[in-house]
Ligand binder design. Structure first.
Ligand SMILES: NC(=O)c1ccc[n+]([C@@H]2O[C@H](COP(=O)([O-])OP(=O)(O)OC[C@H]3O[C@@H](n4cnc5c(N)ncnc54)[C@H](OP(=O)(O)O)[C@@H]3O)[C@@H](O)[C@H]2O)c1
Length: 324
């Protein structure tokens, strides 16, 4: 009987000790979480306090990034352009005065882009190349970066982005930071990062990204996300300006956009690109058609009125054309 009592008392004491221990651990975790959250908010607030929204220079058609480098505000996107089509598109773009080229490991065209740039004989310093590493590469970022450098073969990469969030993204970014130190990559950025992802990511890295590249077009405008990113001193670049292949006719034939295009005697494509620029969004329309490429660079000789900007803003449907 005595033993039984002792056993019960010991069991109760044991349960109490374990319970107390778990309570302390959970409390500590909760405090840590709270502290991290506060730290994240501090980092974000500190960035916001600086009056650091990068202004586009419409004379030089460029913007100064937070990395100190200058980037053109209109370029050529090369998604789904491969082989000779890609080489010829980049060559046409360079001949038309385009100096910003966007590519990615995923597009499988870095070699053609590098070759077109080398063959152009345009001084390397005048061209700005963005490439991206894919989440499947985040586990071995050094290999991914070396591969991009080798395929492009243009000495250095002007800007490297993480293509979209994924496991090991912070580590991959930190490897890119090491390459910035060595000069082989000049600026860093992110693609498909939104407010929540930025809040979590920024406090964990040392170099604030210079650019965020997200889906932006009149039917998916990100009117809350764009100013948030710009307020952090980060430049915003839009992908799928025309909705991407398969969706361009909806946007290019939109009544409001066509009406505004007629007002200025320009094309609907030019109106969409100009609308982006006036909102402080860098454009990288994709095209393999030399006439379109030329047309897409001719966006500096007209200006949309505030009323016209408002009319296009009103077209937003929150309609995304890709899953990122
Ligand atoms: N970070 C990411 O996750 C991500 C995702 C998607 C895309 N991107 C980047 O964003 C770039 C732009 O997207 P995108 O190329 O897929 O789609 P897009 O630029 O929205 O549309 C390309 C389509 O528009 C047509 N087009 C181009 N200029 C035109 C003009 N002036 N008039 C009429 N049609 C015109 C092209 O046809 P033609 O060839 O006949 O001109 C092509 O079919 C990509 O190339 C890529 O660099 C990034």
């Amino acid at each position: 009987m005595k033993n039984k009592m002792l056993f019960i008392i010991l069991t109760i004491v044991f349960v109490l000790i374990i319970g107390f221990g778990i309570h302390i651990l959970l409390n500590r975790k909760e405090n840590q979480k709270e502290q991290n959250k506060q730290m994240n908010e501090n980092v974000i607030n500190e960035l916001k306090q600086k009056d650091n929204i990068a202004k586009f220079n419409f004379e030089t058609k460029s913007v100064k990034l937070n990395s100190g480098y200058v980037m053109p505000i209109n370029g050529l996107g090369t998604y789904s352009l491969t082989g000779d089509t890609c080489y010829n598109a980049v060559t046409s773009a360079l001949n038309a005065g385009v100096r910003l080229i966007d590519t990615a490991y995923m597009y499988g065209n870095e070699e053609e882009i590098g070759r077109a740039i080398r063959d152009s004989k345009i001084p390397r310093s005048e061209i700005f190349v963005i490439t991206k590493i894919y989440p499947s590469q985040f586990e071995k970022p050094k290999e991914a970066i070396e591969l991009a450098l080798k395929k492009l073969d243009i000495g250095y990469i002007d800007m490297m982005l993480l293509h979209h969030p994924g496991t090991n993204d912070v580590n991959a970014y930190k490897e890119m930071e090491r390459y910035v130190k060595s000069g082989k990559i000049r600026s860093l950025g992110l693609s498909n990062w939104y407010v929540k992802e930025l809040k979590e990511f920024l406090p964990q890295v040392n170099i604030i990204p210079a650019l965020v590249q997200n889906e932006i077009h009149p039917y998916y405008q990100e009117n809350d996300v764009i100013p948030y990113i710009q307020n952090l001193g980060i430049v915003v670049q839009g992908w799928y300006p025309f909705g991407g292949r398969g969706h361009t006719s909806e946007l290019l034939n939109n009544e409001v956009i066509v009406k505004i295009a007629n007002n200025h005697n320009v094309s609907a494509a030019q109106v969409i690109l100009r609308w982006n620029l006036q909102k402080g969004v860098v454009v990288i329309p994709g095209s393999s058609n030399p006439d379109h490429i030329k047309e897409n660079t001719d966006i500096y000789n007209f200006e949309l009125t505030n009323e016209e900007i408002k009319e296009i803003n009103a077209l937003d449907k929150n309609e995304k054309y890709d899953w990122y």
